[in-house]
Design a binder for this molecule. Structure first.
Ligand SMILES: *Cc1c(COP(=O)(O)O)cnc(C)c1O
Length: 847
């Protein structure tokens, strides 16, 4: 047999279009539609075949097409203006909007196991990755000096097909890195590589760079000729393999990530660990210091001071735990470098809420960071409760777990139609997203224009849904007749169809099937609705998640029942491209998680900025995002039924009530021209309440101002003078450990229980603290007024008496302006200049 060789002949870029290469090599295209439109304008067929990947496009587009474009004045005019905008964006040297928080010359490192920028770089699985991508994009927009660090997965996540019976088929195709918008980082000696020690061998990682506007994200790839074949596979699949693969991935990300930054000569001033996967970075950074002679505990204090940890889920499966033997196998050899014993290592990963000996990455991340946050207000509270064992004497609502509510990158997820409308209303709207005044942009937009914008976006989505259903049906050989019946409803005019979207990972706690808890009633509601109702579902289940796949099968089975055929549609291959379309065109965005497990949820924010009304369980971001105005709201909440026996049934029934009595009637009410005037008011209210608060620029600003600034200052303060403060903090904690139990605090005198309003109560407390310097103790009064308002009053320390220098007197003056019944409690807490949070020692003595 003769051998057949494959040769791909690639076009050469005409000189005049040289910038196309730059445009394709920067993920700026993922949020700049004008850039994507350029490629589309050169050759729609190739652009469609390449599924929106401009790098691949430039490899496959016919030479003639490029040459024709280079001669076409209309194209060149567009091209020049896009290039000019891109160049201006990249070379903007104005001080960044956050220069006060993170100045020039300072750097924030951002670690995450997945990044979702665009469907053409499929190294994300869901919300976490897309949030990380949005964070980098907003950092770029704001001129925040941030670098991302992640892994480059040879097979990415997976490609999803759903067959006629609703079975999910996961396809793992090797990505050709040459086709992706990434570049190898090169040195004089070839590609930059760093090595990480695993038991008995070193694993080499090649460093790749993704350009995300002005931000660089570095991605590590273990598939190298230097490595053993099984080590090459470590970075093949995102969230693939078992515990062993996972710990290896996390070592490569954490340890390799730090080494890659050093090799790149990047010295971060603040470190942001986005989820616990990257927590081994803490041990690597501590190791760098212990190698130079800094004691372990001191080094850990310094490292933690510069580190922020964001936790993303209360669901246990989202928190990695490793059996102790596995941790020993991978970390034993590092103990001498770290200067600690096995016990100390395992103590770092001990989760106080679980007595088992497993090593918990969230626990390591919490101990190796001094600032920690959840991703919505509600999740912050849930996370504070889940982690209360780390600060055992502190009430969860006062412990150091705070929150920064997620937001989405507006330009990435705003529909084409709404983007055009905003562009026409206010040219510089993009630069003001982190300001509250952006709501005025929507005020200035006419309601009629908003409705026709929405109809146009919905029409595009319906076309896309039809095309996808056709592709799916062709693939599994479904009859043409059946396909026609499936599409018969979405073929009606867009203004009549009530389009309800549900798309996210098919994890069981997200309860994709809640809508169908009472299928008879749902069928009746659909049947009785004066306008056609269509539900469109999409989402991937993790290949190892059987219950998640069963959910998919269930939705597919229902979608094929005659009563739901055409009213319930299931689309395969959920990715960012499909997400963008869905959130841009649906009328309603449905979310039915099991409260309080949805830490934030971001797809509802994406839909909301486009004017979709959220219909959601009051969980995650929606618990703070749902807003009512005068006769308008931005959606509906299903109140979680936390102590009902039949929780699913109750919540499902509330959902159907809302659909039947509120959603459908509001959509149906039209004026003489057929416009649902009230609905449009709600649509506008959705955009103007959600866009200013739940966008990624606001989120990144909150991180920068409230956390990065603190981490930068604290990291350098604790490291100064040979880690003097960090060392003092070690001593301070040891002292507390020995002597805290012996503290005695006494309230002096007998305070009155009635007080005239013009008088102020002064409380005096004597605190006796053998072994603890009285200067390191503070007395506080916690006041609760009748309306539940609470405040903490800090006492002033007086002189301690001559004969007893272990006792100090504290005076607390209650504030003016209190009325009615006031409750107060007194407590003593440790204090030290090196603490970032007043209660981070976890100690608190109530009187
Ligand atoms: C936004 C997004 C998610 C996250 O959706 P949630 O509502 O937070 O679950 C998942 N996948 C894709 C492709 C997305 O764009």
């Amino acid at each position: 047999m003769p051998t057949t060789h494959l040769l791909e002949i690639r076009p050469s870029l005409p000189e005049r279009l040289a910038w196309l290469g730059d445009l394709a090599g920067n993920l700026y295209y993922s949020w700049s539609r004008p850039v994507r439109d350029l490629f589309d304008a050169i050759d729609t067929t190739t652009w469609t075949d390449c599924e929106g990947n401009p790098v691949r496009f430039l490899q496959l587009v016919p030479q003639l097409r490029l040459e024709a474009a280079a001669e076409d004045p209309a194209f060149l005019a567009k091209f020049d203006s896009v290039v000019q905008a891109f160049d201006a964006y990249l070379s903007d040297t104005r001080p960044g909007a956050l220069a006060d928080a993170v100045g020039a010359g300072q750097t924030v490192a951002y670690f995450c196991a997945e990044f979702g920028f665009h469907e053409s770089l499929p190294i994300y699985s869901g919300g976490l990755g897309i949030l990380a991508g949005d964070h980098c994009k907003a950092a770029s927009d704001l001129g925040l000096p941030l670098v991302g660090m992640g892994l480059l997965y040879r097979q990415g996540y997976f490609q999803q097909c759903i067959d006629a019976d609703g079975n999910q088929h996961a396809r793992f195709d090797d990505l050709d890195f040459d086709h992706l918008p990434i570049h190898p980082v090169s040195t004089d000696d070839g590609p930059l590589k760093v090595s990480v020690d695993l038991p008995g061998r070193a694993v080499w990682l090649q460093v790749w760079q993704a350009r995300v506007g002005r931000v660089s994200v570095y991605l590590l790839d273990a598939d190298q000729p230097e490595n053993r074949p099984e080590d090459c596979e470590i970075t093949h699949r995102l969230y693939g393999g078992g515990r062993r693969t996972r710990i290896e991935q996390e070592i490569l990300l954490g340890v390799g990530g730090v080494r890659a930054l050093r090799a790149l000569d990047i010295e971060p001033d603040a470190w942001h660990l986005n989820e616990g996967h990257a927590a081994f970075a803490i041990l690597e950074r501590v190791g760098e210091l212990t190698e130079r002679g800094v004691p372990f505990a001191t080094a850990l204090n310094t490292v933690a001071a510069g580190t922020l940890f964001t936790t993303h889920t209360p669901v246990p499966a989202g928190h990695d735990v490793f059996p102790p033997e596995l941790v020993d196998e991978y970390w034993q050899a590092q103990l001498p470098r770290l200067g600690i014993g096995r016990e100390q290592l395992h103590a770092l990963g001990h989760d106080p809420a679980h007595d088992g000996g497993n090593f918990n990455m969230t626990a390591l991340a919490l101990r190796g960071s001094r600032q920690h946050n959840g991703v919505s207000r509600l999740h912050g509270q849930v996370a504070a409760r889940l982690s209360q064992g780390f600060w055992p004497e502190v009430p969860p609502d006062e412990n150091p777990m705070t929150s920064v509510t997620n937001g989405v990158h507006v330009e990435t997820f705003l529909s084409h139609d709404l983007t055009r409308l905003f562009d026409a209303t206010r040219a510089d709207w993009r630069e003001h997203l982190h300001e509250s005044g952006i709501a005025r942009l929507v005020e200035q937009t006419a309601e009629d224009a908003l409705w026709s914008m929405h109809l146009s976006a919905k029409a595009h989505l319906l076309d896309d849904i039809r095309a996808r259903l056709t592709r799916q049906a062709t693939r599994f050989g479904q009859s043409h007749v059946r396909l026609k019946r499936k599409c018969r409803i979405i073929e009606q005019p867009p203004e009549d169809i009530l389009l309800i979207g549900f798309a996210r990972r098919f994890a069981t706690y997200k309860r994709a099937d809640l809508l169908f808890a009472d299928p008879e009633r749902l069928a009746r509601i659909i049947e009785d609705s004066p306008r056609p109702v269509v539900f469109v579902f999409a989402g991937k289940a993790h290949p190892a998640d059987e219950p998640g796949q069963a959910l998919l099968r269930e939705v597919s089975r229902l979608a094929n029942e005659p009563r739901f055929l055409g009213h319930v549609l299931l689309l395969e291959g959920y990715d960012m491209g499909l997400a963008r379309r869905l959130v841009g065109g649906c009328d309603i965005w449905l979310n039915t998680p099991e409260h309080p497990l949805e830490a934030s949820g971001t797809s509802g924010q994406k839909a909301g900025i486009n004017g979709a009304l959220n219909l959601s369980v009051a969980d995650g971001w929606w618990a703070e995002g749902h807003s009512h105005g005068q006769g308008v709201a931005n959606g509906w909440s299903i109140q979680p039924c936390t102590d009902c026996g039949e929780r699913d049934r109750e919540e499902a029934s509330d959902l159907l009530d809302l659909l039947e009595t509120e959603v459908i009637p509001l959509f149906d009410r039209r004026d003489g021209r057929g416009v649902p005037v009230e609905w449009v008011k709600w649509l506008r209210h959705a955009i103007e309440t959600i866009m200013p608060r739940f966008n990624a620029a606001r989120m990144v600003r909150d991180y920068a101002v409230n956390h990065y600034r603190t981490a930068i200052d604290a990291g350098s303060r604790l490291a100064a003078d040979e880690h003097r403060l960090s060392g003092q903090l070690v001593g301070f904690r040891e002292t507390l450990e020995h002597h805290w139990g012996t503290i005695e605090a006494t309230l002096l005198g007998d305070p009155p229980d009635v007080l005239p309003s013009h008088e102020r109560l002064v409380l005096e407390v004597d605190v006796r603290s053998p072994g603890i310097d009285p200067a390191h103790l503070r007395c506080e009064a916690v006041l609760t007024t009748g309306d539940g308002q609470r405040q903490v009053r800090v006492g002033e320390r007086g002189e301690h008496s001559e004969e007893d220098d272990e006792t100090a007197r504290h005076r607390i003056t209650l504030p003016k302006g209190l009325f009615g019944q006031v409750r107060y409690r007194l407590r003593v807490v440790p204090t030290h200049e090196a603490l970032l949070h007043p209660y981070e020692t976890g100690l608190m003595r109530w009187l």
